[in-house]
Ligand binder design. Sequence first.
Ligand code: LCS
Length: 396
Amino acid sequence: MSKHNQNKRLETEIIHAGYDPDPSVRSVSPPIYQTSTFAFESAEQGAALFAGQEKGFIYTRLGNPTILALEEALATLEKGYGALATATGMAAVSTIYLAFLEKDAHMIGTAALYGPSRTIIETELIRFGVRADFIDTSDIAEIKKRIKKNTKLLFVESPANPTMAITDLGACAEIAREHDLLLVVDNTFASPVLQNPLELGADVVMHSLTKLINGHSDVVGGIIISRSQELHKRLQKVLRMSGGTMDPHQAWLVLRGLRTLHLRVERAQENAQKIAAWLEAHPKVAWVNYPGLKSHPQYELMKKQMKGPGSMISFGLKGGYEAGLKMINSVRLCTLAVSLGGIETLIQHPASMTHASVPKKEKEEAGISDDLIRLSVGCENVEDLIEDLEQALARS
Ligand code: LCS
């Protein structure tokens, strides 16, 4: 545990948590332990390590010092007992499902979940009898109605991808406690800078590290942070066996990106707030979903449970799908690409891209309409971004 891990303020923890200068050579940047395995001093020591009687590293799938530095940093930032780094965000999702959903179990999930987080249940886990109700989790009464005897998990994404709907996490935590369910929150869109679900009563938090936390669109990764030792141990057991663990070099890259998280989140959010207001006032724009606008249905809830609305916007044009396609084909500074949370602004069409795996009817019910365009606002100069969006709208 780093000496900096002493309840310092968030900006300080982002920069220091998880690592102190290495005692052997005093390197300020953490070493990359690019090794698959660790030598034992003796056969007896190897046996003691495997038996858990001695602490130490054995084999990188089971643990590695560079990966541990990232895990400790994120456990600190999300105020959890412990964290587990995974190969991708989807490895985090599937580890959570594998750990907590047994044969014939039922799950309640946010309808506008990242496409594959939903599709893996509906097309793969269904083979083991697992069923899920994907609903608008911002409607708390609806969650209560869907609970069954075999419901094990309440899996919430807030803000949701790509509708930006916000779910009351405190209310969900209460329901989860009352009905003996686990509340898991995908906190990718907020990052620990804007929202700490464990503090609001969640049991497990996860992120796609590919997004805001790494922040440079050059690495994939995921993380699972648990409230308790019991949950952490359960997830650790499943992750180590199923093998969706992280590589040391990947962990080092994510740690490097993490160290500027607060600066990037603040700047991108400032840009997003200006762009959302500008879009809302534009004559060609039909609607804008951004939790920082008073027109957002959960604007007050956002102010209550988040420190800010973030940098993701979705919107539709009066000219609908056709006009939207022309617009995203006409951007010059913004990049037409999936993913989000990087320093560069990305634009995409969820119905045919990130959420293509979700059937049309379910997409419509979840609010992922054909005209929806998603903008991940980056850290560029906001005037340059608005000029680019303006010229693209002129062509739409
Ligand atoms: N959770 C959320 C909220 C996501 O947005 C994504 C990926 C994942 C989990 C999965 O993470 P990955 O395995 O990709 O690291 N979202 C993407 C998106 O909206 N565009 O491209 C990927």
